[in-house]
Design a protein around this ligand. Structure first.
Ligand code: PRX
Length: 637
């Protein structure tokens, strides 16, 4: 498959960028011509940031699975679409060709139909990293249903919150998931969530770990039985349902600065085009390449660069079930050699954690198939960048540092492998179609170079967030109402003397822990659920491996003699309410919090204390009780 829109030189990048700014509609329409449509658009773009409304390719009709599968069958039918590597290296890997994927997606689409799923219905998917997870997503897309994948690390309570928001009546899950030496009982977590979600009618359970699960008559069905029923007919074909370009493809929940996660909605056509365009250009994908993205499909990175972007480009996506340090810290390197991986895309936190094992795990590993390396999810420190470059890329693989968000659908600021320059710690330049500005607190543009400000985007791109599910006003106020007529990213950013961008981190109350996005308010709400807690405040602090750690200041009704036990109870409560990913690293018991006279917690002070910057707390005289700051400082962990 060739990509007419693949940028091959720096000049071409500059031309593409210029055209995308001067004539955005022509630019994207030309790219859209390379995709398969059931009906073409009659208008390319309609957008009004003030009401948070953007539409691309108006009135066009398509089905994304035709673009991800059917159109490849003639030329690429026998090419691997997905190479699956299991958690345990002793188990066999699986190769799913485009022909295989076609059969599987059609069969599971028929299973969904048999269970009453229709266009526009929401389907929740809570599975481990098995090939049936992308199959389930694509099967939804084939019939126009909207999938919402829930990350396997979330608790029953978090699942229930998401189910209630989507009102999904069908769930696809696994009996369990293998992760390192752990076995996670996914179906049991679903059972616990469903106590509060009586509207769920059907749970389809794939067998993976064979742990015992309860199967409730009339509600729970085995994936294998449902497929067997479909296979009674030979050659199941489910006609791909034509959806509108703007029909939602999926809902993916992400944390914001308030307690409740938001359901980010992406529209089918714009998301598809930006996913494929960015994939092919950033990684400079060529036929025959094997792309290994280590993210979980439960996050946006997995949606775009394990599933949709790669498959739309007719690429080969390596799907790994396990974790980087199981059975030992050479696992990723073994996978690269075993499957001749050409592109490795991972998070700085993974690089840092593997760095900690030294060079021993790299002994005897060839890594000579690698051509391109990538990072995503958080700023990369220079030390990790150089380690990655020297020891994994052997100094010959460009490293792309891709900045983006759940809300942007695809990568927005990044270098293009081997085409535009890289600079350690910098995402560098915007993708074509992405117009950036830095603004001050008042929203005034900060012009010129060697400046810092809040990162905003002034023009719509095809995969811009369409809405937050069930609550459009929240989408407007969160992203489009902070600064007039701009999308606000929530990130701070520095532009260097050459115009390269470096993301400096969130400026709102959102943390980035091991590349996972977590709202401080969410963690506080969870801590406050503990029966002995009166109040809490959560901030981030620099953490060597995780990027950011979670520091919680907690006021208890009574301080228990055994503080350690109380801390563990609090961690258990957070695990129960959100999931283990949100567990604070440090819990400091305090008798009060620094508040203004109007009762607002001064997080700035708490952040400085957590960071250990005890001498630069600023003016504390306006606090209700300035003495509390001394107490907190003295008790710092
Ligand atoms: O703060 C930025 C950080 O991750 C946030 C988005 O998180 P999420 O929606 O979970 O998506 C992560 C994967 C796309 C951003 O607001 N972030 C993401 N990529 C980078 C980054 N920070 C610095 N450099 C990056 N390359």
């Amino acid at each position: 498959m060739s990509y007419p829109y693949q940028i091959k030189t720096y000049e071409e990048y500059k031309d593409a960028y210029r055209k995308s700014v001067d004539q955005p509609e022509e630019f994207w329409a030309e790219i859209a011509e390379s995709f398969q449509w059931k009906e073409k658009w009659n208008k390319v773009l309609e957008s009004d940031f003030r009401t948070a409304n953007t539409k691309w390719f108006l009135n066009a009709k398509l089905n994304i699975t035709e673009n991800c599968i059917d159109r490849h069958l003639y030329n690429l039918g026998d090419q691997p679409a997905i190479i699956w590597e299991p958690n345990n290296p002793k188990e066999k890997s699986r190769t799913i060709t485009y022909n295989d994927l076609y059969v599987k997606v059609n069969e599971f689409a028929q299973v969904l139909i048999n269970n009453g799923v229709k266009k526009g219905d929401r389907v929740c998917i809570y599975m481990g990293m098995v090939p049936e997870l992308p199959v389930a997503m694509l099967a939804c897309a084939r019939i126009g249903a909207i999938h919402s994948v829930i990350f396997g690390g979330f608790s029953a309570q978090s699942i229930a919150d998401r189910l209630q928001d989507t009102q999904a009546e069908l769930i696809v899950t696994c009996d369990g998931a293998f992760r390192g030496n752990k076995e996670i009982g996914l179906k049991t977590l679903i059972d616990n969530a469903l106590v509060a979600c009586k509207f769920v009618k059907t749970v389809i359970v794939l067998t993976r770990t064979h742990i015992p699960v309860s199967m409730i008559k009339g509600r729970d069905l085995w994936w294998e039985d449902e497929i067997a029923k479909v296979q009674e007919n030979e050659h199941t074909f489910v006609a791909p349902v034509a959806v509108d370009a703007e029909d939602p493809l999926f809902i993916l929940y992400t944390s914001g600065s308030t307690g409740k996660p938001k359901g980010v909605v992406h529209a089918t056509a714009g998301y598809m085009i930006f996913a494929a365009y960015t994939f092919v250009n950033i990684f400079q994908y060529k036929q025959g390449d094997v792309h290994f993205c280590t993210a979980d499909i439960g996050w946006i990175t997995g949606h775009t660069y394990i599933v949709y972007g790669v498959l739309c480009a007719g690429g080969t996506s390596l799907l790994y079930e396990g974790i980087p340090n199981f059975p030992d810290a050479s696992r990723l390197w073994d996978i690269i050699d075993k499957h001749n991986v050409t592109i490795l895309y991972t998070a700085p936190t993974t690089i840092r954690s593997l760095m900690a094992f030294g060079l021993e795990p790299l002994k005897g590993k060839k890594l000579n198939s690698l051509k391109v390396l990538g990072t995503v999810g958080e700023p990369i420190n220079e030390e990790a960048w150089h380690w990655y470059n020297e020891n994994i890329g052997k100094g010959k693989c460009p490293i792309v540092d891709t900045w983006w968000q759940t809300e942007t659908g695809g990568a927005m600021i990044t270098n293009l492998a081997g085409i535009t320059s890289s600079k350690p710690g910098y995402a560098t330049l915007p993708m074509p179609g992405v117009q950036l500005v830095l603004v001050d607190e008042q929203g005034k543009e900060i012009e010129g170079n060697d400046v810092s400000g809040n990162l905003c985007i002034t023009q719509p791109w095809p995969s811009i967030i369409r809405t937050t599910y069930n609550d459009h006003e929240r989408c407007r106020t969160n992203y489009f109402a902070i600064y007039d007529n701009m999308y606000f990213t929530g990130d701070g950013c520095y532009r260097d003397e050459n115009g390269f961008y470096r993301i400096t981190g969130r400026v709102d109350d959102v943390l980035n822990v091991s590349g996972h996005r977590i709202g401080t308010a969410e963690v506080e709400n969870a801590i406050n659920m503990h029966s002995g807690v009166i109040e809490s405040a959560v901030v981030g602090y620099p953490h060597e491996l995780k990027g950011q750690g979670i520091y919680a200041y907690v006021i208890m009704e009574h301080i228990h003699d055994n503080k350690h036990e109380t801390k563990l109870d609090i961690l258990q409560t957070v695990t129960r309410i959100i999931g283990p990913i949100a567990k604070p690293d440090k819990v400091q018991f305090v008798t009060g919090l620094p508040k203004t006279r109007s009762g607002k917690i001064m997080r700035r002070i708490l952040r400085k204390i957590a960071e250990g910057e005890l001498n630069s707390l600023g003016d504390t005289s306006t606090l209700l009780d300035p003495a509390i700051v001394e107490e907190i400082k003295n008790g710092r962990l």
